[in-house]
Design a protein around this ligand. Structure first.
Ligand code: GLN
Ligand code: ZN
Length: 802
């Protein structure tokens, strides 16, 4: 066994960096490969260039090229899928894709597992901790193949090395990988993927040997499972898994690389190991466990998590990486204050301290310098207020912040005094800038009382609404959007670029609304919508119309696979300078005798899909958005709109990872929705829409929203949610989706009837609405028209049998 000493951990590092490319090069390359316009070699060349450019850029920004500071954190699609590929651990339906010799997956097969093929469904996708990134859920059983099958990590290390950068390979750790996996269909009763821990760890051990053999100094294993308690695995089981995994990886293998000798004795060697715990405070006992293990460095999140109490036995031989730069939000840090936090780790007794980001930078855009800064009056939607240049830090700026802090830690504050002062000044200027604090907004929020969050009794509302709306039993409606046709997109793009005059754009949208209204009348729907043709995105649209938000030009963040989003930046107090949707809804109502439903996005969803300010509690920000929406709803009501829907598809998304934090979250999130919606008359009907069929911990909150009608996804789960909601005491209007809009399939009237029968069996039929699962914007008219016709036919038939 080698006796090579553990290499020193870098003084400063980041846990990961965006992979998609500053101009979304990877997205474009991957999508053109999928479309068959390029081949795997082309894709690998583009990806290789991107990886090398990233590595060199990180060095230019201040990371050390030689000591493993630069993370090797690339992925063609998803980092969890990468571990599936590493292990060859694909579900049965995809086994034919594995190489017969070594069990590895070609690039083509890799994407097939991600995207499905014919009848073979892809891996399911779900949210990565508390981010808007979605990973693929591995399916593991007793018989899933597990070996060190794919050597991409080793190749990518060699590629960077050749370009002059010694990277630190980054992988999802074995415990988190299995904790996030689900049992495959063929697994026996009681099987949990963690039952395969020994096999998975053995494969990781082989990988570590291979990395040691090519001279890798450090490897990073991400174990965010250790910061949450809402996985379906008890804490003790996770901790046992950590103990056993890191005994096998860190204790049973010795650090060393074959740089020092070229005899073939690398069998039991490994790189030094960094274990990270992003997205929250590491459980105390998990920190103790890792400290007691033989891993070489531990990174903790000091943005979401608190400074742990010390001393922690075992840390004396390890580096503690202080995650003080926020990897999950876009604000420039007060570096002096952050350096204090690093210093406050001293009592823990670590052998060395280093500076890092709290999470991978995957969750922020590349570079503030890619934005266009101009006075708001300049018109175009995607210019940023010049003051924001000084307040923001995207990935590249954060690398600079880490480098400054690392230098301050190593050489003392004086060495970086200017940079510390500049950052403190920037943060201070934000605190007092016009628009960040708007006294009128503050005064209004301060004057709120319990009455502003409550409507009158439901029974009264229900009878007033019945009298006003005069709807049949089992009323039919849609969730809001109609197909976004190429013509709509073209008109919007031309208008945004300034190539289409306002009047022409408005005429095009009105014409589209007219078509959608006519279609709905012909179909016989009871409550009509305008179809949302004017909205690019359900959050960005509102961000563009509210004070306090900015919209970026190039601030793309990977959402899943090749999909990227450009979250708005919520930087100041929120106000509504003018009505937003009223003109469109009023125009719609002028075209029909039927009731028209106004359509808004709720406060929680607006926050969840934006970068939010970090200088006040999220609940305060939510109430500001709630008040702006309350004004919009009042104006809709005044314009004669009798039904308003406030969508909250992200209500469950923002649920904190720690159960102890969940009640407070549900309190303010539900509160902000009620603040938005409770200013209306009893006769005005409030709808909400939630995009999922499993409510879990939020089921009580659904009732708490106090909406008159709640529409939910329900077609795939065959109305399961209806009895669950009834059991939880929900007894207002409910629209369980009877048309699965996530599939191009057109349901027959019989299928819809069957689902409706299931629904009315488990809840009072007087409460049931008939609608699709979600908005129709991603579907084509060729599917939507027959599907809605069947939906209306089924509702009419069911009415007759009530
Ligand atoms: N009203 C929105 C639409 O129909 C709702 C979208 C959503 O729930 N994600 O598109
Ligand atoms: Zn939806």
């Amino acid at each position: 066994m080698s006796t090579t000493p553990t290499p020193a951990f870098p003084g400063g590092t980041i846990l990961g960096y965006p992979r998609i490319g500053r101009r979304r090069e990877l997205k474009k390359a991957v999508e053109s490969f999928w479309a068959g316009r390029t081949d795997a070699v082309d894709l690998e060349v583009t990806a290789g260039t991107l990886r090398r450019e990233t590595a060199r850029r990180l060095v230019d920004l201040g990371l050390n090229p030689d000591d493993g500071s630069v993370p090797g954190a690339f992925s063609y699609y998803d980092q969890v899928l990468d571990v599936v590929a590493l292990l060859g651990a694909v579900p049965e339906r995809f086994r034919d894709l594995l190489d017969e010799e070594d069990g590895s997956l070609e690039l083509d097969g890799y994407f097939t597992v991600a995207r499905g093929r014919g009848e073979d469904a892809p891996l399911e996708m779900t949210k990565w901790f508390d981010t808007n990134y979605h990973y693929l859920v591995p399916e593991i059983s007793e018989t899933t193949p597990v070996s060190f099958a794919d050597h991409r990590v080793v190749r990518e290390y060699a590629e960077a090395k050749e370009a002059g950068v010694t990277t630190r390979p980054v992988l999802v750790g074995p415990v988190t990988f299995l904790a996030l996996s689900k049992a495959a269909d063929e697994a026996g009763d009681g099987f949990h993927p963690l039952d395969r821990l020994d096999d998975v760890v053995a494969a990781y051990a082989d990988l570590l040997r291979a990395l040691a053999a090519v001279g890798v100094p450090w490897v990073q294993l991400d174990e965010p499972a250790l910061v949450t308690d809402s996985l379906d695995v008890p804490a003790e089981r996770l901790h046992d898994a950590v103990r056993s995994a890191y005994r096998a990886l860190a204790t049973d293998l010795a650090t060393g690389t074959d740089d020092t000798d070229d005899t073939d004795d690398t069998d039991d060697e490994r790189p030094a190991i960094l274990v990270t715990a992003p997205f929250g405070g590491l459980h105390d006992d998990a920190l103790a466990l890792l400290a007691a293990s033989d891993v070489d460095a531990i990174a903790i999140d000091l943005v979401k998590g608190a400074v742990p109490a010390g001393p922690v036995p075992g840390l004396e031989g390890k580096t503690l990486v202080a995650g003080v730069i926020d990897g999950h939000n876009v604000w420039r840090a007060d570096l002096a204050a952050r350096l204090d936090v690093v210093g406050s780790l001293r009592p823990l007794g670590a052998g060395a301290l280093a500076v890092g980001t709290s999470t991978s930078l995957l969750h922020v855009p590349h570079d503030v310098e890619d934005e266009v800064f101009a006075e708001p009056s300049a018109g175009a939607g995607t210019t940023l207020d010049p003051r924001l240049r000084d307040w923001l830090a995207f990935a590249d700026q954060k690398v600079g912040e880490v480098a400054t802090l690392a230098r301050g830690l190593a050489e003392g504050r004086d060495a970086v005094a200017d940079a510390l002062a500049a950052s403190s000044a920037a943060v201070a200027s934000r605190a007092t800038a016009a628009g960040v604090v708007v006294p009128a907004v503050r005064d209004r929020a301060a004057a709120l009382t319990a009455a502003d969050f409550a409507r009158g009794p439901y029974a009264e509302r229900a009878s007033a609404q019945a009298a006003r709306l005069n709807l049949p039993a089992l009323p039919t409606t849609t969730i809001g959007s109609f197909p976004q046709t190429p013509e709509i997109r073209k008109a919007r793009a031309a208008w945004t670029k300034g190539e289409l005059p306002d009047a022409d754009y408005s005429a095009a949208m009105r014409a589209e609304i007219g078509r959608v209204v006519t279609l709905q009348e012909e179909l016989g729907l009871d409550v009509l919508v305008h179809g949302e043709p004017e909205r690019n995105d359900m959050v960005q649209y509102f961000a563009e119309h509210l004070d306090g938000f900015a919209v970026t030009a190039n601030g793309w963040v990977q959402s899943y696979g090749s999909r990227c989003v450009r979250p708005p930046i919520l930087w100041g107090d929120v106000q509504r300078p003018a009505p937003i949707t009223v003109e469109w809804s009023a125009y719609t109502a002028s075209l029909t005798e039927k009731p028209v439903k106004g359509m808004l996005t709720g406060p929680v969803t607006i926050l969840a899909w934006s970068f939010v300010r970090d200088d006040q509690p999220l609940g305060d920000t939510a109430n500001q958005v709630g008040l702006a929406l309350r004004d919009e709803i009042a104006d809709l009501e005044a314009a004669g709109i009798g039904i308003v829907q406030v969508d909250e598809p992200a209500l469950r998304e923002l649920l904190p990872l720690r159960r102890a934090d969940q009640p407070a979250y549900l309190d303010w999130s539900v509160g902000s929705f009620r603040l938005a919606t409770s200013g209306v008359e009893p006769a005005t009907q409030v709808h909400t829409h939630l995009c999922y069929s499993e409510f879990g911990e939020v089921i009580g909150a659904i009732d708490g929203l106090d909406a008159d009608v709640t529409s939910v996804e329900a077609a795939r789960s065959r109305m399961e949610i209806v009895p669950e909601l009834a059991d939880a005491g929900y007894s207002r209007g409910i629209g369980p989706g009877v048309y699965d809009i996530h599939s191009p399939r057109v349901p027959s009237a019989d299928e819809v009837t069957e689902l409706l029968q299931l629904a009315v069996k488990s809840i009072d039929p007087a409460l049931v609405w008939v609608n699709p699962d979600c908005g129709l914007k991603t579907r084509r008219y060729a599917e939507v028209e027959p599907a809605l016709a069947h939906l209306v036919a089924a509702a009419r038939e069911a009415r007759a049998t009530l």
